[in-house]
Ligand binder design. Sequence first.
Ligand code: XIL
Length: 336
Amino acid sequence: MFVLVVAAAGYIARGGADAKPLPGTPLRDLGAQRGIEVGTAVRSDVLKRNRAYRELVAAQFSSVTPENEMKWAAIEPSRGDFDFDPADEIVEQARDAGQKVRGHTLVWHAQLPGWVKDLGPQELRAAMHEHIRRVIGHYDEDVGIWDVVNEPITDRGGLRESVFERRLGPGFIADAFRTAHAADPDAKLYLNEIGAEGINAKSNRLYEIVRDLKAEGVPIDGVGFQVHANLKGLPPDFVENMRRFRGLGLDVAITEADVALKLPPSDADLQAQARIYAEIVRSCLAVECRSLTFWGFTDGRSWISETQAGRGAATLLDEHLRPKPAFFAVQRALGG
Ligand code: XIL
């Protein structure tokens, strides 16, 4: 009895019970059989507090992406003042679990600290170089893949207005990649984009940009398609679109997949969501993608419900870490 009470108290102190192992072959093993990494976005605070969450991350995934911890505002809140601790915790867990880490993200218009926005062109260029060098340098042993530039294009196919675009001009993209490559010549460097799944104005511009980067010898290795989807499903030309990027000699990855639902979802919604998740997996495999990362794996910890009113239930597991139809659909699509 005494032993039982102590054990129970221990679980509570650690902030969670054991994870109920999920049925079937872990996604990371299914992915390995298909030659891809299967990843998830993770949060350092939850990893630390919630043992069930931590165990599932380790058991199911072969790659992790820090959801916010490596973003500029988090990691360099004031100039030259770096806070690596939360991201370090994720990286250490990943090392223990034999996982790859996708570094996310070095140059992005959002989650950018105020001080960056106040800099003039010369100072901004110097700060961007320093930021890239310091962050990549800190992680060069543990992070082999970086989203160097995130979301630089608008839906209409223009270069997004950002402090980088305004002060440095369109060349900021090439500059960021060159700086990243110099900081870690072995790292795989990606341009990551949202809403560029179909063949449309945005993905056409993306294509032109990366084609020109390649032609100029800029060190870019891959393109990340975020795939924040909903019940409208994937554009029918998603695979064809990814193929043209492969045709440029680039790797492709799905970097932030989720499928948002209106709350509360019906059973039919959950089934439809499962079909879209399966389609995401099949699309990735069809183009020999390098990795497939979900933007979180439990509805209890997902940015959709946190940032979009009335929407949520976007991930593979429910808020109690129980598998949804989407989880089984992903297993099956990976060959499980
Ligand atoms: C999101 C995080 O999930 C949220 O927690 C945060 O509040 C905002 O950013 N595209 C990206 C991700 O590249 O970094 C974003 O992550 C989601 C959209």
